[in-house]
Design a protein around this ligand. Structure first.
Ligand code: AMP
Length: 235
């Protein structure tokens, strides 16, 4: 399917605990609208892999499943959002994770994209993917990804055609280091503690939309597309 580049969807923020399907839904938005996915987890992992000064600083924190300190995030995110491929919009996956990051993002967009904001095109659409906590642990421990193309599978809900093998690349699927059970518990605790206030931050501003993340992947995608096209059609 060719990307629908006629829709300028602006910034889209997906919120939800680890395992809610943010990564999967981000990819679907990317494919449909031809905008980039900006995943702070991926950006950080790339820094760790390349051994950059930032990567060295965050490696242990990430391995423990804790959040990287806010101040270490801002330059990396700002640099990414200024790139020209973000002009028609982008999907923020995994950012903001704290209310300080949400306030920073609002200030950043005001400062750098003031003209667009005036025309209403730069205000983020914030979508919360709500899921039942009991099913979460199972969803996360079932998660596998392709080390070559990054496609995400789930051994329970979205298995590859051949066990442990990417449908597209034929490569062996991997489990992320921080998807191990003891690390997941830490990540869920971090979500509870620090990310829920982000949901409240946007709810308070009247900018929060909710979709039912326990529905099928297809249905969740449809809910999100409806929201994005409904929101932007008046502009
Ligand atoms: P993710 O791939 O989004 O689950 O992120 C993996 C890990 O990267 C998290 O457990 C954190 O250690 C770190 N991380 C990603 N995004 C952020 C963020 N916005 N703020 C702080 N740490 C983050």
């Amino acid at each position: 399917m060719a990307a629908d580049t006629a829709h300028n969807i602006g910034p889209v923020i997906l919120l939800g605990p680890p395992g809610a399907g943010k990564g999967t839904q981000s990819r679907r938005i990317v494919e449909r609208y031809g905008v980039p996915q900006v995943s702070t987890g991926d950006l950080l992992r790339e820094n760790v892999r390349q051994g950059t000064p930032l990567g060295i600083q965050v490696k242990d924190v990430m391995a423990r499943g804790e959040l990287v300190p806010d101040e270490l995030m801002y330059d990396m995110v700002a640099e990414r959002l200024r790139r020209t491929d973000c002009e028609r919009g982008y999907v923020l996956d995994g950012f903001p994770r704290t209310s300080a990051q949400a306030a920073w993002l609002d200030a950043f967009l005001q400062r750098e994209f003031f003209e667009k904001l005036q025309r209403g095109k730069c205000l983020p659409i914030v979508i919360r993917i709500g899921v039942d906590y009991n099913g979460l642990l199972r969803r996360i421990t079932g998660r596998r990804s392709c080390p070559v193309c990054g496609r995400i599978y789930n051994v329970y809900s979205q298995p590859p055609r051949v066990a442990d093998t990417c449908d597209v690349e034929g490569s062996k699927l991997v489990t992320r280091d921080d998807d191990r059970e003891e690390v997941i518990r830490e990540r869920l605790a971090a979500y509870e503690l620090q990310t829920k206030p982000v949901v409240e931050y946007y709810a308070h501003k009247g900018r929060l939309h909710c979709v039912d993340g326990d529905a099928s992947v297809e249905q969740v995608t449809k809910q999100i597309w409806r929201l994005l096209e409904g929101e932007r059609s008046g502009e």
